[in-house]
Design a protein around this ligand. Structure first.
Ligand SMILES: CC1=C(/C=C/C(C)=C/C=C/C(C)=C/C=C/C=C(C)/C=C/C=C(C)/C=C/C2=C(C)CCCC2(C)C)C(C)(C)CCC1
Ligand SMILES: [Fe+2]
Length: 369
């Protein structure tokens, strides 16, 4: 069988579409808007508005546990876990190839080696592994947003400095801002990860008011500097820059007002994962054609079909780990186990996405000329 998918464009053609300097194809832009961005703006915007109103009224609703854990639980089935479950097909497609058994084996070995090494690190050094998880997520979610901004045609992100700043800011919003406002809840979540391995976080300096104040001030400065650096590269009123600035403001407010478990769980599904799904549509010829014909639902169904087998395998793996480890069934423990499991998948997932960036000349791998 030929290694090249019929009717596919060259990887180079998509490379051009993926970078900020060149105009992305209208269909790619539309998919990123319709599938990747609009649902996230709506859902996070609505949640932020509700949480801000409740806060302004001086009410502090004690959310029942099932509400707090619901978004995270839903992410195992809806978009969250599935967004990585196409990793076995995405590299070949990004290179303009049909995923053959050799491609699948290469990805499988990558998952085994990187995931296995990180799982071993969790057992040996859980506190360092937890810090690495937050750091990796910071990078990965930042790169995901940079890709999305590029693919909706932003022109203010040309230049290594503003690109690096964008990755730092967009990744730091979900990883750092919840710590500034909700240190105790942040700490409970991370504590639960390391408790799975019989360890404690101890008196981590990062949760002290002084450290949070300094980190918050530094992050606010980086945010403003990055937004202004982008502004200098385009004319006044540039739509792409205004959208970026508005998203940044929305995310700052969202992570300051919505309690962290709900905020991160909803963001994971409705923001990061949907943006990656839009990217997956673009690299799959059949899904791309459906989307170009205006049938986004068919395109999504195709990605869903591709994601189904390995989502099921991953859930079965997670259930097996829970049974073998004999963890208790308290929601906090189950959530911790799920997040540590995701952490182990995150390292190879980040490697796959970094590889896609390299092939497409996107992300930090290739500032547009
Ligand atoms: C391909 C393949 C597969 C599959 C895969 C998958 C399925 C993947 C996925 C992936 C994924 C799915 C990824 C994800 C990611 C995620 C993340 C990265 C997250 C993070 C998060 C965090 C980090 C958070 C945290 C927190 C909270 C939650 C609250 C509080 C605050 C804080 C911030 C702490 C398997 C293995 C079967 C086989 C081989 C091949
Ligand atoms: Fe991802």
């Amino acid at each position: 069988m030929s290694d090249t998918a019929g009717g596919e464009e060259s990887a180079g053609a998509r490379t051009a579409a993926a970078t900020a300097g060149s105009a992305p194809k209208p269909s790619a832009r539309r998919v990123m808007f319709v599938v990747g961005c609009r649902p996230g703006w709506f859902v996070l915007g609505a949640l932020a508005a509700v949480a801000a109103t409740v806060g302004a009224l001086g009410v502090d609703p004690a959310l029942p546990a099932w509400v707090r854990y619901a978004p995270l639980a839903a992410s195992a089935l809806v978009v969250g876990l599935p967004h990585g479950a196409v990793d076995h097909l995405a590299p070949a497609r990004t290179a303009g190839r049909t995923p053959t058994p050799r491609w699948l084996l290469a990805v499988g070995i990558g998952y085994l080696v990187l995931g296995g090494a990180y799982a071993a690190l969790w057992a040996l050094a859980p506190v360092a592994s937890a810090a690495l998880f937050v750091g990796l997520t910071w990078l990965h979610w930042g790169q995901g947003d940079l890709y999305a901004l590029d693919s909706i045609g932003s022109r203010h992100l040309e230049g290594a400095g503003v690109r690096l700043g964008t990755v730092l800011v967009r990744g730091g919003l979900p990883m750092l801002v919840p710590l500034l406002r909700f240190p105790d809840r942040y700490r409970q979540v991370v504590d639960a990860w390391v408790a799975l391995f019989g360890r404690e976080l101890g008196s981590a300096w990062i949760f002290t008011p002084g450290a949070r104040g300094a980190l918050g001030a530094a992050f606010a400065v980086v945010t403003v500097a990055t937004v202004l650096a982008g502004r200098r590269r385009v004319s006044a009123g540039d739509a792409g820059w205004r959208r970026d600035a508005a998203e940044t403001l929305l995310l700052w407010v969202y992570f300051l007002v919505v309690p962290p478990l709900v905020a991160v769980g909803v963001y994971f599904c409705a923001w990061h994962s949907l943006r990656h799904v839009a990217r997956l549509v673009e690299v799959d010829p059949a899904a791309r054609r459906a989307a170009a014909d205006g049938d986004e639902l068919a395109a999504l169904a195709r990605v869903g079909r591709d994601a189904l087998p390995l989502t099921a395998v991953s859930i079965a793996l997670l259930a097996a780990v829970a049974l073998v480890a004999g963890v208790d069934t308290a929601p906090a423990t189950l959530a911790a186990l799920y997040l540590v499991f995701i952490a182990v998948l995150t390292l190879p997932h980040v490697a796959v996405v970094a590889w896609m960036d390299r092939v497409q000349g996107a992300g930090l791998a290739g500032p547009p000329s």
